[in-house]
Design a protein. Structure first.
Length: 266
């Protein structure tokens, strides 16, 4: 493996930038590529078979082109569906993203936990298993809030968003039985931490939020701890699909705060 072999981080949109940011903090010398599968967005409305085939195929092609030392699927929906298949197909380490139910169960004082995710994540048997293993003595209230993805994308591009729009997307969780007892919310989509300030206004000051970005970064650091990092080029982003100049400009605004000044089309 070459010293400049990058770490590849894949998401459907900009949500995975919350993971990229933690990896940058943990491994400041590591060369990184952020891949946004815009052509596949959103994964949460696709069938499991469609998601598994798309993620495995896309990561396979990207691995051939970029020769990464490790790939991270920075998407809860894709990870809960396709992680096993991708690990069978590729010969590099694959780090996934799963709902942070285990840490949430240790944090809650009331025993009532909210979970916000895409429809694809919320319905997964993988989440059932996490709940059974780590929160069987808690009350986990799941709510699909796919509209938060578009709001997070808009906020990341510097566009104004309304707290009322965020509230509308999470109204089902607010209105659920025992919702007034929620003291911990699992953000089971990498986009959702981008909206934590708005969520705090809605749920109040006594609710904590937990997601997996820091844990993912620690895992990546552990898997690469004996490796040498060397940059032969600047970090960059790649996107799938066709984009007009206005769309590329919007993507540049989303990526540039993370040091990704070049956006390539894959």
């Amino acid at each position: 493996m070459e010293n400049d072999a990058p770490i590849l981080i894949l998401d459907t949109g900009v949500g995975g930038l919350t993971v990229l940011e933690e990896v940058q903090r943990a491994l400041p010398d590591a060369p990184l590529i952020f891949a946004a599968d815009r052509a596949g967005l959103p994964y949460g409305t696709k069938t499991e078979a469609e998601v598994a085939a798309r993620v495995a195929g896309l990561l396979g092609r990207m691995s051939e082109r970029y020769q990464p030392r490790l790939a991270c699927i920075a998407c809860n929906t894709a990870s809960t569906i396709a992680l096993g298949m991708v690990r069978e197909v590729l010969e590099i380490p694959i780090v996934g993203t799963v709902p942070a139910i285990k840490p949430a169960a240790t944090m809650t004082k009331t025993g009532v936990i909210g979970l916000l995710g895409t429809a694809g994540t919320v319905r997964q048997p993988y989440v059932d298993r996490l709940e059974a293993d780590f929160a069987s003595d808690k009350r986990l209230i799941r709510h699909p809030a796919p509209g938060l993805v578009d709001l997070a994308e808009a906020k990341a591009a510097g566009e104004p968003i309304s707290v009322d729009d965020v509230k509308q997307e999470v109204s089902g969780l607010l209105d659920a039985p025992d919702a007034n007892e929620i003291d911990t919310i699992v953000l089971a989509c990498t986009h959702f931490p981008l909206l934590e300030a708005e969520l705090a206004q809605i749920f109040g000051p006594n609710v904590n939020y937990v997601h997996g970005a820091k844990g993912i970064a620690r895992r990546i650091a552990f898997l690469t701890e004996d490796q040498t990092f060397e940059r032969s080029q600047k970090d960059f982003a790649v996107v799938t699909g066709k984009h007009n100049p206005a769309q590329m400009e919007r993507l540049s605004r989303q990526f540039s705060p993370y040091g990704l000044d070049e956006v390539r089309v894959f």
